[in-house]
Design a protein around this ligand. Sequence first.
Ligand SMILES: Cc1cc2nc3c(=O)[nH]c(=O)nc-3n(C[C@H](O)[C@H](O)[C@H](O)COP(=O)(O)O)c2cc1C
Length: 372
Amino acid sequence: MDKLFTPVKVGDTTLHNRIVMAPMTRSRATVGDTADALTAKYYQQRASAGLIITEGSQISVQGQGYLFTPGIYNDEQVKGWELSTKAVHDAGGKIYVQLWHVGRISHPSLQKDGQLPVSSVPVKAQNATCYARNENGEPGPVPVPTPRALSIAEIQDVVQDYVRAAKNAIRAGFDGVEIHAANGYLLEQFINGGLNVRTDQYGGINPENRLRFVLEVTDAISQSIGAEKTGIRLAPFGRLFDMHAFEGEEETWLLLADKLSKRSLAYVHLSDQKTLGEQAIPDGFIDTFRAAYSGTLIVAGGFDKSRAESYLQQGKTDLIGFGRPYIANPDLAERLANDWPLNEVNRATMYGGDETGYTDYPFWSDTPGNTE
Ligand SMILES: Cc1cc2nc3c(=O)[nH]c(=O)nc-3n(C[C@H](O)[C@H](O)[C@H](O)COP(=O)(O)O)c2cc1C
């Protein structure tokens, strides 16, 4: 029997299968950076996943790096997200929101009073662009500037921004939150020893210091909404956005695994960046991480049904995250269950725009002649 279609408990929520829709930015929040009825339709179409994790949702103005991404820091945004949580719940699904702070992958034009974006250290991400308005006011990719380092007091302010966002998530009706600590954004800018050479208690050679910020965020959120509603996404050995190899890299991730084990979180979610064009998590490391981490695990990146089933059967992970297949297949769970063919993703409509390439991908049953 396929393990993919067996129930699993995640935190305080029981999921009807082990299929997770991975978080994916779609940049369609064109009014007030607020999720709307179209967002709700998109997620409702995908509610047969065991768990939906939304696109990254910025926790503050400072945390935004791309135009048209939905925030979760004000009341309008909470109201906007309520449409999605209700739509998914009405369809029998479960939904977590991904809490996002981009750190240095931003631009003064997106920041309050045109300030510089922030990071662990004042070091620019090479060859990186965010998505902002150019000098002519037109949206497009813009090179990121050299950021400024957060002061210790400001780090505490960011922790509070995470807490506000997590409380807002519960108000909006989400089943829980996922802390985005992956893919080269703010929290990984502190974890990564190749970048974070701060000399205070938030950086440097000692991994305890580089992990302090992410653990403070994790603890503050867990205390405010419950550890059983708090998940976290990590990208061990990730190289997106100019993250570099560093000495003690494996030890850092395993120390984090150990520390997270003690926190009884809903889950840890590993993001393998291979299909995003970066190196894969090294061979065997997922097993090493699994041995070091005692809680529920999700792994995402490059899965089809047979690889997913093989990972589950071998006990490498508890759930599987599917990214791009979920963009093009609203009924991915049914397609996998029945071995129906998948629609292809159109890359041109991944980011921005309207319902085209968003809510208009056909369900299998939409095609004449396809009947169950
Ligand atoms: C269009 C797009 C947007 C993405 N946005 C996010 C995001 O907001 N947060 C995140 O953690 N990962 C994001 N990712 C990464 C996916 O969650 C996933 O890890 C990745 O696509 C690999 O899985 P796949 O091979 O199944 O697509 C994005 C990926 C794509 C293709």
